[in-house]
Design a protein around this ligand. Sequence first.
Ligand SMILES: Nc1nc2c(ncn2[C@@H]2O[C@H](COP(=O)(O)OP(=O)(O)OP(=O)(O)O)[C@@H](O)[C@H]2O)c(=O)[nH]1
Ligand SMILES: [Mg+2]
Length: 349
Amino acid sequence: MGLFNNIKNLFKKEEKSEARELTSIKEDNFEKKINDKETEDKKIELYEKGLSKSRNTFVNRLINLNNKTKKITDEYFEELEEILIEADIGVNTVLSFIEKLKKRVKSENITDLNYLQEVIVDELFIIYVDNSILTNKIKFNESGPTVLLFVGVNGVGKTTTIGKIANKIKKSGKSILMVAGDTFRAGATEQLVEWGNRVGCDVVVGRENSDPSSVIYDGITKAINENIDVLLVDTAGRLQNKVNLMKELEKMNKVIGNLIPGAPHETLLIIDATTGQNGISQAKNFKNITNITGIVLTKLDGTAKGGIVLAIKEELDIPVKYIGLGEGINDLETFDIEKYIYGLFKDMM
Ligand SMILES: Nc1nc2c(ncn2[C@@H]2O[C@H](COP(=O)(O)OP(=O)(O)OP(=O)(O)O)[C@@H](O)[C@H]2O)c(=O)[nH]1
Ligand SMILES: [Mg+2]
């Protein structure tokens, strides 16, 4: 059946069939295929490693519940509900999920707990993939520089994420430039410059407490003059209040859009997964004041609340484009729901 088994088959392929696949590959493609497979394996490993905390608590509790259950009763559903809420899936989502599950158990007369386990995984992720245009792709400008604006409250991982994404984009062969739009916090500019050095790109900076929009203006002008492909703009997380934040973002968007029509091409909101429901309410605030085109969910490696991906889908309906799975430069992946499910539920498969 469904998603659960598809993913199981996708990632737990027998070696035999893989060998067969490799022998049928043409000579000149052979090396490339192997390299592709290696990077693919590395990606899966990163998901597995990054989601281990969630797996060890949330998923193990699910497995334990199913192991100790003899009969599917109301108590079973109550405990399941508790486990899901603690994984930060969001109360409303969990309640409607449980209702749906109860109905399915009744109508299909499900008594086999192994089968129920598959149904649970399937139904959980139907929440994510249902009725939505799910794109993890970054929208690039067809002619001229692409502008990516990074927003989010302080400490969520904006600057680190810029470093990681810049590194990925640069490796793909595009030229990049960073803009230190956080002129508010002392040390913020230095931190971005440090990332610029690590990645190997220029960073446009302004003086402390100077107008961030003027730094952004300088950055965009430089990007246009030097034919830079992608511009990554850092912003301050720590503004005194919502009105100030709104004004600031409005001004930045105006400056950016005046210089490059249609820009920013992406406004990426960074959410710290360890903050759970708090992160969701921050996101709602941002969504109200600016056009968020994607979410980067950071610090998934540091939390057992991997269910937050589902809450984001249900409560915000903004696609998750990247996930942060550690502090290192390579600890960022394009969000892939199938790898995510596998990383989370592999012990059940
Ligand atoms: N474990 C883990 N740590 C992360 C991840 N992303 C960022 N961090 C850490 O989170 C901390 C804050 O990251 P920053 O990039 O400085 O956050 P920021 O949003 O720019 O913060 P402000 O500039 O103060 O608003 C740093 O210690 C990062 O190393 C992640 O995916 N996993
Ligand atoms: Mg920062």
